[in-house]
Design a protein around this ligand. Structure first.
Ligand SMILES: Cc1ncc(COP(=O)(O)O)c(C=O)c1O
Length: 387
């Protein structure tokens, strides 16, 4: 089996699995307990906080552990809006965010906040002049993702952060779930106030993530209780998960540049093979090395259905996805591809091929060869059916 659905989730590194079992077995104390087992657990949590802080170019006090990316996004957006709503009622995001951001904005819109959804160009990128135009004295939050989960397009986060310095009332949140540990991003350089990440996208465990929250920013907590995580996120910490996230971060960052170069070469070869062998294939998103994540490829085969393609590839033992995993069971066309201006036919016929650190060049090329077998067969079947 060839697994190429790493943007949905990744297999854990063996070292992370060992860390999970070791910590679960040997370090089961509650980090809030006063005895030595509690102290040992607390020490592990604090070591992990340091690792994540370093990866983001922040400080350990600014890292709060959560149950994953969805919680971090909800916590940042709802927490900031509730805390600062006295300053203004206008918030900004983009048309291509993950549902864990987008749906929070639609929820807040229903609650009476004025929301601007920034448009994107044909590769899925927002433009600074649109953001500038949308900013008002009432804007309290701007939320823009780093790497898009469906097409891999990279947003100009540093430029946005620097531009937003002119608007001291507006806080800047970044969903970095698809880029953390893969594409470097300094929260200091990019002037970010809040940033979400998740471990299971980088070969860490599921159900653990973090929110970076700049020291000077306060939020209304979503979860109230024992006051863990500086009172911002109550609940006994998931110590094995937190240690696993730190281990995955260290492993992801080691050799990061080399791996990204490799992915880019394989992506280029894959696209060349598919485009050479198949007619009417569309490659979606930005294919330049800085404009698109090298580990995400999105293709459309107008006239076909994404689901049919995904199942046909599975017959060939290749696992990919249609849209993002969270919405792939939903029949509607991709909101992201529609926002990029793709026709309904193109937006309902896309598949995403995404690489992880276990991927080999042969895997990605085998996927291209499988597509070259499967697509003409399906086209033939469709022709016969139409007659
Ligand atoms: C861009 C993006 N944000 C947020 C999430 C949600 O993260 P989690 O699965 O950890 O809740 C995902 C997961 O697919 C994602 O791709």
């Amino acid at each position: 089996m060839i697994y190429l659905d790493n943007s949905a989730t990744t297999p854990v590194y063996p070292e992370v699995l060992k860390m999970l079992t070791d910590v679960t077995e040997q370090c089961y104390g509650n980090p809030s307990s006063l005895h030595h087992l509690g102290v040992k657990a607390e020490r592990l949590v604090e070591q992990a906080r340091k690792v994540v802080a370093e990866a983001l170019d922040s400080t350990p006090q600014e890292v709060l552990f959560t149950s994953g990316g969805t919680e971090a996004n909800n916590m940042a957006i709802r927490g900031i809006v509730e805390q600062y709503q006295g300053r203004g009622q206008h918030i900004i995001t983009t048309m291509v965010e993950h549902p864990s951001v987008f749906e929070v904005f639609t929820y807040l819109e229903k609650k009476g906040f004025r929301v601007t959804y920034l448009p994107v160009d044909k590769v899925g990128r927002i433009h600074l002049h649109d953001l500038k135009k949308a900013m008002t004295d009432e804007t309290i939050l701007v939320s823009v993702m780093h790497v898009n989960n469906e097409v891999g397009t990279v947003q100009p986060i540093e430029e946005i952060g620097v531009m937003l310095e002119q608007y001291p009332k507006a806080l800047f949140h970044v969903d970095a779930v698809q880029s953390y540990g893969k594409i470097p991003l300094s929260v200091r350089k990019a002037k970010i106030d809040a940033l979400s990440l998740s471990a299971h996208k980088l070969h860490g465990p599921k159900g653990i993530g973090a929110l970076y929250l700049r020291k000077q920013v306060t939020i209304k907590p979503l979860i109230i209780g024992g006051g863990q995580e500086s009172g911002m996120r109550s609940g006994t910490q998931n110590v094995p998960g937190i240690a696993g996230l730190a281990k995955a971060t260290i492993l992801a960052i080691e050799g990061q540049a080399r791996r990204m170069n490799q992915f880019q070469q394989w992506k280029d070869r894959f696209i060349k093979e598919v485009v050479d062998k198949l007619d009417h294939v569309m490659v979606n998103g930005d294919q330049t090395p800085v404009g698109g994540a090298p580990y995400i490829i999105n293709l459309s085969f107008p006239g076909m259905k994404s689901e049919v393609l995904v199942h046909a590839l599975e017959q060939e033992h290749v696992l990919v996805s249609s849209k993002s995993a969270c919405s792939s069971k939903n029949e509607k066309s991709s909101r992201v591809l529609s926002a990029m201006g793709l026709s309904n036919e193109a937006a309902t016929s896309s598949i995403r091929v995404s690489m992880g650190y276990q991927t080999e060049e042969q895997d990605i090329m085998d996927c291209a060869y499988a597509l070259a077998r499967v697509v003409p067969n399906l086209q033939q079947v469709m022709k016969v059916r139409r007659k």
